[in-house]
Design a protein around this ligand. Structure first.
Ligand SMILES: Nc1ncnc2c1ncn2[C@@H]1O[C@H](COP(=O)(O)OP(=O)(O)O)[C@@H](O)[C@H]1O
Ligand SMILES: [Mg+2]
Length: 352
């Protein structure tokens, strides 16, 4: 493993900002550190960068324990949320900053900065000052400045948080492609689940200073192992009395369940293929959401949400429909358990 944190604890006074944090990252991966605000993400980055020292635990990069090494000697690039560009330096000088500190010769600096400027697609803007750039451009410059000295590890702390939604989306795919091109091991912090799912090869979920789960975006999405993860990732409604749905039976120790829109199939009344698993419901609300319709349906007093494409048959408010719940995540205070509709098991699978 290229980066390894082993049982890191960090206190600020009595407050435990890191509580037995361990994780590892393979070389060349782009890892998303995802968690709500205050969950300890920035503290983890700052300890890896050497801006903060853990109270206990070890940090390894490329097989070397780096706890005692000063920040400036760690070879770690850092991109902050608020650009943190030098206001009185132009684009060229901002990107050259780390190379000047390394006392590189002028010729090397010119060629390396040129390379970085072309990587970030800002050729021709070398002489501009930060105030003459858009938010997205500034963040690209911050990225190039962090990358120019050729760090062994790149860390980005909520790099797009201050940028408007549309540009942020473009920057996400830009970042993913650019990091893949450069091949640098990177840690990307965000509190935005969509951003993490879209950008990262692997996601590490934090809450209250702890690592709750890690895995690929698909693993985390499909197999949340803790209720916190199921609530935080994807769109989940919580229900009780889940055994009122046909095909589901009470499980000891699991009183409640999460249900997601993609677990709910709607059919014209009486047409559901699987009568044993279908329930009757009444459409209570229909929302048009551009690419899809969102329907809220009442099934025996439980409100479920489902999505359909507008091309499918329209359903009206007040209409009776057949509802199949394909699966549920049962949960208690600490565990999550995926259960499938038993009426559908051993038959032809329904793909959703
Ligand atoms: N230097 C500090 N002194 C005291 N408390 C701090 C300090 N840095 C962070 N904290 C606290 O530690 C917690 C985690 O902070 P942080 O790592 O910044 O979380 P995140 O980046 O996930 O929002 C927060 O509650 C914050 O108030
Ligand atoms: Mg933070």
């Amino acid at each position: 493993m290229y980066v390894e944190l082993k049982s890191i604890y960090k206190y600020f006074g009595d407050f435990k900002a890191s509580d037995d944090v361990s994780f590892s990252i393979e070389k060349g991966k782009l890892v998303g550190l995802l968690g709500p605000s205050g969950s300890g993400k920035t503290t983890i980055l700052r300890m890896i960068a050497g801006l903060e020292a853990p109270d206990s635990g070890d940090i390894f990069v490329d097989g070397k324990r780096i706890n005692g090494i000063p920040a400036a000697k760690r070879g770690i690039g850092f991109v902050f949320q608020n650009y943190a560009l030098f206001r009185y330096m132009n684009v060229f000088d901002n990107i050259a900053f780390g190379l000047e500190i390394q006392k590189r010769d002028k010729k090397y600096i010119r060629s390396r900065v040129g390379e970085m400027i072309s990587l970030i697609g800002l050729t021709g803007l070398e002489k501009r000052f930060p105030y003459q750039l858009s938010g997205g451009q500034k963040q690209r410059v911050a990225f190039a400045r962090a990358l120019a000295p050729n760090p062994q590890l790149l860390m980005l702390d909520e790099p797009f948080a201050a940028i408007d939604a549309k540009v942020r989306k473009e920057l996400r795919s830009w970042l993913r492609e650019t990091i893949a091109k450069v091949g640098i091991t990177s840690i990307f912090v965000t509190h935005d689940q969509d951003e993490a799912i879209e950008v990262a090869d692997e996601i590490i979920i934090t809450n209250l200073g702890k690592v709750i789960q890690s895995g690929s975006p698909a693993e985390i999405y499909q197999n949340p192992r803790a209720p916190f993860v199921a609530r935080f990732i994807g769109e989940s409604a919580e229900i009780e009395n889940y055994s009122v749905f046909k095909g589901f039976f009470p499980v000891d120790g699991f009183e409640r369940a999460f249900i997601r829109p993609e677990f709910v199939g709607l059919f014209e009344l009486g047409t559901a293929q699987y009568a044993n698993s279908a329930e009757e419901g009444i459409v209570e609300d229909v929302f048009f959401r551009g690419g899809e319709m969102e329907l809220r349906v009442n099934v025996k007093g439980i409100r479920v949400i489902s999505r359909r494409s507008p091309a499918e048959l329209e359903m009206q408010v007040g209409e009776k429909v057949s509802v199949i719940v394909y699966r549920l995540y049962l949960f208690n205070d600490s565990e999550v358990k995926l259960v499938e509709n038993e009426g559908l098991i051993d038959r032809e699978p329904v793909f959703i």
